[in-house]
Design a protein around this ligand. Structure first.
Ligand code: F0G
Length: 359
């Protein structure tokens, strides 16, 4: 596939950028939207507000083509599905996976079926799955119910599952860790990440370990993952039957990669903790107001978690922390509008404007 660019600094997609680390051959058709190579933003005002001894970087993965980190894994999963001759893919989703699956399937010219929990998916994500022509089915149940149905269906019929149970998704998503290390010249001390179905924490940990094995970094970060307190099965140690949180992306009660998430936590000497919806929304507001970075609520769980741990005295020394901001704020515009001050309305009159602004 050729792209209309000659700029060597431009994004080339995660499969091309990290081809030697990816399970591809010359025969693999690379289905890409030039994902990855997202900004790593130093957040000085945020760090000053949280704990001045911390150096905080935001891995703004909302800047991917469909607005979330899922594109990193989906380029790999769809490329391999096409290589293997698959004509159809299927996923359950809280929204972002379905948006990415729909977009990459459209680009590959294959069928995409998505199951979403009715009433609990942000508007931007729903619009994406619909416009890319996926078969969108709303389930009167939650994400966990939908995933069980997808697993059963893809076991029985010739349809490729593209949830993160598909190992190619993890392979693609590990590129996030590579990019962070390439940008910093080393691994961070701590890697903070929201945890939902637990694929991404699994993927980042795999990426860091592979980079160490290849001699690209000489130490590993502590993985610190955060669930929403109403959907925190790993923290509680048991599945949550009716998960609840305003961070609908991580409204998951029985994560598919539970064991792998625990392994990442334990092998790295990190932790998995939970943050309340209020803490998530405070972090969401701080990111927008202090740094000009607009992410969706679930993404802010990483920053909310760092803030909670800092307040508890967890960080005893100066440290470099990367927080993954997994999805763009425009995915869930309703939340921003609900949170922020309502705009004033005025007649088209200069006097009224000056009076309102106090000039
Ligand atoms: N952040 C966002 C914005 C997400 O969409 C998700 C997961 C996560 C964090 C958690 O990542 O599942 O790998 O632990 N969204 C999935 C979806 C479940 O269907 O889009 P995870």
């Amino acid at each position: 596939m050729s792209f209309a660019t000659t700029d060597s600094q431009a994004r080339i997609g995660v499969i091309e950028r990290y081809r030697q680390y990816m399970p591809v051959t010359d025969k693999t058709p690379v289905i890409s939207l030039l994902e990855g190579s997202t900004p790593l933003i130093k957040a000085e005002r945020l760090a000053a507000a949280i704990d001045p001894k911390l150096t905080i970087y935001l891995k703004y993965d909302g800047m991917n083509p469909t607005g979330s980190f899922k594109d990193r894994g989906m380029t790999m999963a769809i490329s391999k599905a096409v290589e293997e001759g698959s004509q159809a893919v299927m996923c359950a989703s809280t929204g972002n996976t379905s948006a990415a699956a729909a977009a990459y399937s459209a680009r590959a010219g294959i069928k995409c079926i998505v199951l979403i929990p009715k009433g609990n998916i942000a508007l931007g994500k729903l619009s994406q799955a619909m416009i890319h022509g996926a078969r969108v089915i709303q389930i009167e149940g939650n994400f966990d119910d939908a995933l069980n149905m997808v697993v059963e269906m893809t076991n029985k019929y010739p349809i490729t599952l593209v949830n993160s149970l598909n190992p190619y998704r993890i392979e693609g998503q590990k590129s996030g860790a590579f990019e962070i290390c390439d940008a910093l010249g080393q691994a961070p001390d701590f890697h903070a990440i929201p945890v939902g179905n637990a694929g991404n924490i699994t993927a980042y940990w795999k990426g860091y370990k592979e980079y160490q094995a290849h001699g690209k970094i000489d130490r590993l970060p502590k993985m610190i993952g955060f669930q929403a307190s109403g959907s925190a099965p790993i923290v509680l140690g048991h599945p949550v039957e009716n998960p609840e949180t305003i961070a609908t992306a991580i409204r998951i009660g029985n994560p598919a990669s539970w064991k792998q998430a625990e392994a990442a936590r334990d092998e790295s000497g990190g932790l998995i903790d939970m943050v309340t919806d209020d803490e998530i929304l405070e972090a969401y507001n701080m990111l927008a107001g202090l740094e000009g970075v607009f992410c969706e609520p679930a993404s802010a769980a990483s920053v909310a978690g760092v803030r909670k741990k800092a307040a508890q005295g967890y960080f005893t020394e100066p440290a470099v922390i990367t927080c993954v901001l997994t999805g763009h704020g425009l995915k869930d515009p309703d939340r921003a509008i609900k949170m922020a001050k309502t705009p004033d309305t005025l007649p088209a009159d200069m006097g009224a404007l000056l009076k309102l602004l106090g000039y």
